[in-house]
Design a protein around this ligand. Sequence first.
Ligand SMILES: C[S@@+](CC[C@H](N)C(=O)[O-])C[C@H]1O[C@@H](n2cnc3c(N)ncnc32)[C@H](O)[C@@H]1O
Length: 302
Amino acid sequence: MSFNQYKDKIEEGDTVILFLGVDDTLTIRIKHGKTHQTRYGAVRHADLIGKQYGSRITCIGGKGWLHVLHPTPELWTITLPHRTQIIYSIDISMITLQLDLKPGSIVCESGTGSGSLSHAIIRSIAPTGHLYTYDYHQQRCDKAREEFTDHGIGDLVTVSCRDVCKDGFDVEHIADAVFLDLPVPWDAIKSAKQAFKLQGGKICSFSPCIEQVQRSCDQLRESGFVEVTTVECIARPYDVKTICLPPYNMGYIEGSTESSDDAPTDTKPKSSLKGFTAKCGILPKETAGHTGFLTFASLYTE
Ligand SMILES: C[S@@+](CC[C@H](N)C(=O)[O-])C[C@H]1O[C@@H](n2cnc3c(N)ncnc32)[C@H](O)[C@@H]1O
């Protein structure tokens, strides 16, 4: 199976997303003989083999049903096993756009972490691009490599165990884009510059704190990057509700030419106008907040 190529039917070894509802999804790897327990009952892997992706499956025990979905980078991001903090799809979409990722792009990334962003990058640059991803944590590198292979995208990515702040990236003049998700990104910026193609490219650094952003911006400018811009992506989901609005009182008493403002309150006649109902988009009182700042910059060397 491949995250990058859709197929119709579930096979042994596939990574399948079990969709039990919004905010209730999980990933399983299909292995004949295994059974998975969900809150709606059990699912036998053998029963899924040969089923169409997208099918509705009734769980054993009859407590409910779920859908079996083909994996995508977005679904992987919300179900993957967290080994680190990860980048989520709202930030990923901005990164993909601003770094101008497309089929054939060569990208350097550090750190690899849990591979959330890596999966999305690989989908954007396939089938002819390549991702070089670096992390100084050996187990995270091994696990990410294993997942990329299991997900059929292993040939599009090279995972290296390396401290990019101390030892730099081990590639020169090949990258169209560089992405940094590091605690001290400014220490990796000079060597990131070496990774870019001779004509330059785009860099992005993700940092949760504004102090990190300030140091990165200074280092980017010092290193010759231009168009340094920082953005923060915050989703504002609106609740759609039916509301009833009272009639607007224009200040007139029906059947009279006098203004109601002059009459004592208790003698004011009630308006016979009815309120009206309407569908409205209402902002939630609290918006799920800050993930981090995305600092983008460009390098033009020729
Ligand atoms: C927040 S995680 C990256 C998460 C990743 N962007 C994702 O979406 O899954 C940061 C990673 O950077 C790695 N790291 C920190 N400093 C590093 C360095 N100097 N060189 C290489 N990797 C580093 C950590 O081991 C960690 O796995």
